[in-house]
Structures are given as structure tokens and as C-alpha cells.
Design a binder for this molecule. Sequence first.
Ligand SMILES: C[S@@+](CC[C@H](N)C(=O)[O-])C[C@H]1O[C@@H](n2cnc3c(N)ncnc32)[C@H](O)[C@@H]1O
Length: 428
Amino acid sequence: MLCARPSRSPRFSEGGEDDDYDESKTRKTNLCSFPVRPLPNNNNITKSLFLPLTILTIVIVLIIIIVMFRNNLVCITQSDHLNLLRMDGSNSDFGSLGVPCCRSKLGQTVEWTTKDLIMGLEEFIPIYETRPIKNNVFGMGFDHSFGLWFIARWLKPDLMIESGAFKGHSTWVLRQAMPEMQIISLSPRHPKKYLKKGAAYVDENCTYFAGKDFIDFGSVDWKSVMKKHGILDLSRVLVFFDDHQNELKRLKQALKAGFQHLVFEDNYDSGTGDHYSLRQICDQSYIRGGGHSCFRDSDEARARMERKKFWEKAVDIEELCGEGDSWWGVRGEMRDDFNHSNKEISHAEHFQNSRFVESVLDVYWELPPVAPSSLTHQTRYDPARAPDPIIEDGRFDLFKRLGLTNFETSVFNGYTQMVYLKISPTAP
Ligand SMILES: C[S@@+](CC[C@H](N)C(=O)[O-])C[C@H]1O[C@@H](n2cnc3c(N)ncnc32)[C@H](O)[C@@H]1O
């Protein structure tokens, strides 16, 4: 098992200096706010009714929570664990639209907490400042670089595989997480080719299946490659995909090879992106925030239209819905290979795909954005379609103290719900 914790830097002191933290912005939904009729001004009556009313309120809240869990109305994310009171969704930080996620078989989640992520940020930010490729447009920005580094550092794999290297920034990130470990990188163009034009990263301890040696992940004889690299236990391998291929295809290939720890960089939302993603696959009407109405006069249509005015990557109903009101994937298509190879799929097929994915998952965890738009000033992705940020709204002091104000705002633009999957060892 890959469960070792990274060596930790001294505990990060939260609060204290965060004088301008605005509590009202992180207001919790209060499930207990039942209307209570004013009581006669009689202290004894008030006292005698206080205990039964409190017990009744607690019982009602517990019943609501149990019913919601039993009906699978909620996807459990880390922030849900932290804020159980938000479960009614009425004041969810996912916003009015809500977001779908994949349910794991046993409802397990990752073992790291928001505190661990904040400590990770403290350690990673000075590292990110030294990145060799400062301009990584078309590659990962800050959020996903941190996510990949954090996951690799937490899991401490014996081998890391990446599919989709571009100029080598993600190889560099993996190397920072695990300085001594082997990396295998697959990419049609070798990163060294980019050196001629500017910054690129070529790793000395990396086996490249790139350039003339390129092999697609699905065609590699992983058994013999693992043997060659001395890997006996596949649960000690981390695979990172940033190759814009259909993620269902990649998941099946990884399953066939026996890999258990996968990270997908571009986990696009329904109606967006150039390949079929986990987020799209699990977007189903039985999950809160999942499934969509293509009715032009619906609340969803109105909310999407409004949000499109503020967020560049938000999609309105016209973009979301294709012929026959097909909203799944991208307008009813399962996209693949940078949008070069697409296939129309029926809703029944799409539904079967989600059932399959959920049957093999032990953990599905979407990396939260590092900070809210009020601090990063990003205007691309819609925060209503993302999990709660690691740094809460209003915590400018923490954002500044960590050194995040030193970066150009463009590094916060690339967030696309990077996801970590732990495949069940008993998966078929
Ligand atoms: C978005 S870029 C990767 C960015 C990189 N991970 C980073 O963070 O800087 C996508 C890369 O996938 C590569 N690619 C295209 N088809 C691929 C395939 N079948 N397998 C692996 N990589 C592929 C592209 O050539 C490109 O370098």
C-alpha cells in the first residue's frame, strides 16, 4: 500500500495574523433553524420546553442527514466531511448549480485533510518559484502542479509514470516530489525538442518513450516494463495522465495493466473539454448537481446564463445541450484524442459507463482550487462548478503569507478539477 506520510514541515500556525478573515463569507447552513413560535414571557414554561425542543431539533436534523445518506443524495468530498452541516445543499459552496462527482464503492475518501494541504502549500510554493519553465501555457498552472506534487509526495511511489509531457513541466513536478525515484514519461514529442526554442525540462533519471521511441500508454507491455524497472508491487506505482485521451479508455487500460493509483489532470465538466472525463462520466441525475435539464426556461438555464457573464469557461444551455437534448459528455459525444476522434453515445451507454467506473473505485478525490477567485483573480473556471478552495474566502493574510501574491495571476487560470483515483485491488 502507498500510504506513507511525507515528512512534515513545522506545523503551520493558522489564525493569529489573519485579522481580516471574514467569517460571514464562510457562513454554514443551519439545519436547525426551524421557526419557533415566541413563548409567553414565563421563565418556567421556557425552561420546561427548552430541553424537549432541543432534543426534537437534534432528532430531526439526524433524520434528515440519515435520509440524505441512504438515498445517496450527496457525494462525499473532503469538504463535506469538514462541513457536515452543508449537506442540504441549499447554501453549498458548490453554488446554485451543484457539481457531480464519482461515488466510490465503500464511500472511502483520502486520508489527507485541508490542514495537510495547507502545510503542503507552505512547502511547495518556494519550490514552484524555482520552476525551470516559467511560461507553461497549454501545460499545468499552479493549482494542478501543487496537486500532483502533493499526491506524489504523500503516496511516495516507487515509480511514477506520466503520459503527456509537453515541455516537461509535470516531469519536473514529479521529480520535486520524489527526487530519487524512477519516472517513465510517454509523449509523442520529446521534451528536449523544446529546448531549441526556450525553456524545457529533461530529466536524467527518466525513461522516455518519446519522439521516435513513443508508444501510446495502451500499447505498452507494462508487465515487461515493470519487470525491467524492478517493480513487483503495482500498488506502489503512480500514473499521471495529461494526454487528453478519453479517460474511460485510459482507466480500462490502467486496470488491465493492474495500476491502482491514477491522477487525471484535465477532469473536464460536462459540456466542456476535448476528451471524455471522469467528471463527465459520473454526471448522472441520481447525484446531486448531476444530470441536466435542457429546458430553455429552467432554473439551470437561467443560472448558467448568468454565470457565463462572469466566468469565461462556464457553459450555457445552448453550449451544453446538443441534438435531442443530449447533455452528457460534450453534447452527447464521448470525445477523445484532443477532440480529433469523437463518438456519439446514447444516454444508456453513458449511464453504463458511470456504473462501471463507480464499480472499480475505492476513492475519487477532486483537488480543490488553491484559493477563491476573490484572491487569485482568475476569471476562467466557474467556482460554482468546483469544490471549496483550500484557502477559504476572506483569508488574504494566509494567501499573502504563503507567498501566493508573488505569482502572476495567469498561473491560477488552468484549474480543471484534477482528480485522484484509487482503484480497488479487487476490480475486475
Ligand atoms: C497538455 S500537454 C501536457 C502538459 C504537461 N503535462 C505539463 O504539465 O506541462 C499534452 C501533451 O500530451 C501529448 N500527447 C498527445 N497524444 C498523446 C498520447 N497518445 N500519449 C501521450 N501523450 C500524448 C502532447 O504531445 C502534449 O505534449
